[in-house]
Design a binder for this molecule. Structure first.
Ligand code: COA
Length: 186
């Protein structure tokens, strides 16, 4: 008999559902992937084909692991507003192996606390369900909005920055800061 498929994790917060991606997310995701404001710290906008490829990769990883960069759905409207969650970085990083927490919202949903709200649920899942000892987050030095999310989550900034090898040498986005959060002691 075949093993049953592992159940995909879905998280709930007051205002959000963190869930597996749906085919209907592809249009709103392509719109945010094409938005220079959203992609400013991520080496710029990507086209619909690259956005679909990224969506497929994230979907496959969630299907395989049951967790990942979940799609964010607004409970009140059912609208897809971006993604947030946990991910094992593919790139070799100075602090690998690690599990990172990350987020990306459509521009019109910035400034409402959604990234922090989703991240709190993802951190709880990482520490309580996955039993991780540490979760990290990193971003370009100029990405102050993302660093503000890390600070709100009480993550601790490492004194040293690092050069992200996936970013071309000499590019203004190459230097990254690293934040860490250890498993809470209960
Ligand atoms: C990084 C990113 C997700 C941060 O979004 P954000 O909206 O600033 O962060 P949050 O969703 O946590 O919202 C916090 C803001 O909402 C405000 N807010 C409004 N209503 C709120 C509520 N009910 N609860 C909590 N905060 C609320 C907060 O005061 C805060 O405002 P401030 O930025 O003026 O201090 C967003 O800028 C983004 O998608 N950027 C592009 C992608 C990216 O760079 N990702 C990171 C790559 S490493």
């Amino acid at each position: 008999m075949n093993n049953p498929q592992p159940k995909i994790s879905q998280l709930n917060t007051d205002r959000l559902i963190l869930r597996q991606w749906l085919p209907s997310d592809s249009q709103p995701f392509a719109r945010m992937s094409a938005d220079p404001r959203v992609m400013q710290s991520l080496l710029g906008p990507i086209d619909a084909k690259a956005s679909a490829a990224m969506q497929q990769k994230i979907t496959d990883l969630i299907a395989e692991k049951t967790w990942g960069f979940w799609a964010l759905e607004l409970k009140q409207t059912g609208q897809f507003i971006g993604f947030a969650g946990l991910h094992i970085p593919i790139a070799e990083l100075p602090f690998s192996p690690c599990v990172e927490i990350g987020w990306r919202l459509a521009f019109e949903h910035w400034g409402k606390g959604y990234a922090t709200e989703a991240a709190r649920a993802a951190l709880a899942f990482g520490f309580n369900t996955l039993k991780l000892d540490e979760i990290v987050s990193f971003t370009a030095l100029s990405n102050h909005k993302s660093q503000a999310v890390m600070e709100r989550l009480a993550m601790q900034r490492d004194p040293l920055s690092f050069m992200h090898l996936k970013v071309p040498a000499g590019h203004p986005l190459q230097e990254h800061c690293l934040y860490r959060l250890s498993k809470p002691i209960i």
